[in-house]
Design a protein around this ligand. Structure first.
Ligand SMILES: NC(=O)c1ccc[n+]([C@@H]2O[C@H](COP(=O)([O-])OP(=O)(O)OC[C@H]3O[C@@H](n4cnc5c(N)ncnc54)[C@H](OP(=O)(O)O)[C@@H]3O)[C@@H](O)[C@H]2O)c1
Length: 345
């Protein structure tokens, strides 16, 4: 494989990582990529190898030594599986350092965080005026170390500051849309996102759309295909313009192409449920405290769905990212997703 660009990617059986792997396999420069995917399910690994020509490392995130070794053997690391696994991140960073120390390479890490980084405690009661831009480094630096995802993000930026790797963090928001690519069809990758499907499942279970508080808080959104595009545009920029592609503190890239109120999602779920005969009324009602504990698992997890998180992907757009979807597409994506989950009930 001499001369090829070695890429180690995690999370390919997941929603974002699976969509990204398909994009890598269809990339115009795919012939120059030598891709190894971390997969913990050996049957899925076997299909990836035989049908898709992807090398695999069968391991879980907890196998730190094996992950460190795999990272040290690759020039580019795409971490698309867990924004919050600190020991995993430390193993990845040890692998990057090992590679740098051994061969003098400046390895590349693209880590995945989330705009949960920016949340407040609004509980659906009000929208905030505070908007973060990924071009505003001072504003990004002001986020407290206790913020969600921040412990891991700071480790990643720290590695860049130490100089043994170039690090970048993609920060998607509410990713939406059902993935339908070949890895989903082969039963390898998860077709569903996290936030909206959770609200749909909980609403179906209580037979009425639910909302946290008044649902007035705001979040950004980004379609799954536009999300995969961010990684591709960033990767292309790193490969073709290494010296002008922002990294470290200047390497945080939001994924956002619109903004919504939580209430608008709940209204769309309610309308879909009513039209499908799954609720007596289209109007959402607030989740009670008991329901928050029952469905979301904890108060914190429930109130997360009533936070504000406002972000502008200015740096991502400056890279050349041109998202094709808007908040109208997010709202239109909800009924088909309600139909899928209604069948699973
Ligand atoms: N979806 C969103 O809206 C969104 C937005 C912002 C940030 N993010 C973040 O982006 C990351 C990926 O999200 P996603 O929606 O693609 O999630 P997902 O569909 O649940 O995928 C998670 C991936 O990580 C793998 N994984 C999890 N734990 C593992 C372990 N212990 N060992 C090996 N592999 C493991 C899963 O493998 P298995 O298939 O074996 O479980 C799967 O491939 C998450 O950290 C998420 O918080 C997501």
């Amino acid at each position: 494989m001499a001369g090829k660009i070695s890429i180690f990617v995690t999370g390919v059986t997941g929603y974002i990582g699976g969509t990204l792997l398909v994009r890598l396999l269809n990339h115009p420069d795919a012939g120059t990529f030598d891709i190894t995917a971390l997969v913990r399910n050996s049957e899925k690994a076997q299909i990836l190898e035989s049908k898709f020509g992807v090398k695999t490392l069968i391991a879980s995130h907890a196998e730190h030594d094996r992950i460190e070794e795999a990272v040290a053997a690759n020039h580019i690391i795409l971490q698309i599986s867990d924004s919050d696994d600190e020991p995993l991140t430390k193993a990845i960073l040890r692998g990057l350092k090992r590679r740098h120390d051994k061969i003098g390479d400046l390895p590349i890490l693209i880590h995945t965080s989330g705009t949960g980084l920016l949340i407040d405690d609004a509980r659906g009661e009000y929208p905030t005026e505070t908007i973060y831009s990924d071009l505003n480094v001072e504003q990004l630096k002001s986020i407290p170390p206790t913020a969600y995802h921040r412990n891991v993000d700071l480790l990643v930026v720290g590695a860049d500051e130490e100089g043994y790797a170039r690090t970048h963090i993609v920060i998607p928001s509410t990713v939406y849309g059902i993935a339908t690519h070949p890895l989903v069809k082969a039963g390898i990758s998860n077709p569903h996102s996290i936030q909206i499907p959770s609200l749909i499942r909980f609403s179906l279970a209580r037979k009425r759309a639910g909302v946290i508080g008044k649902g007035l808080s705001l979040w950004p959104n980004v379609h799954i295909d536009d999300t995969a595009d961010i990684y591709i545009v960033l990767l292309d920029s790193i490969l073709h313009h290494p010296d002008t592609t922002g990294h470290g503190w200047e390497g945080l890239y939001f994924g956002e192409s619109g903004e919504h109120r939580w209430l608008d999602i709940s209204l769309a779920i309610g309308r879909a449920m009513y039209e499908l005969g799954l609720a007596d009324s289209p109007e959402p009602t607030p989740f009670s405290h008991d329901e928050i504990l029952k469905y979301f698992g904890s108060e914190w997890r429930g109130y997360l769905f009533g936070t504000n998180s406002r972000a502008r992907a200015d740096r991502t757009r400056a890279l050349g990212w041109k998202p094709k979807h808007s908040t109208e597409d997010l709202l239109a994506s909800i009924k088909p997703e309600v139909e899928v989950y209604a069948k699973k009930q």
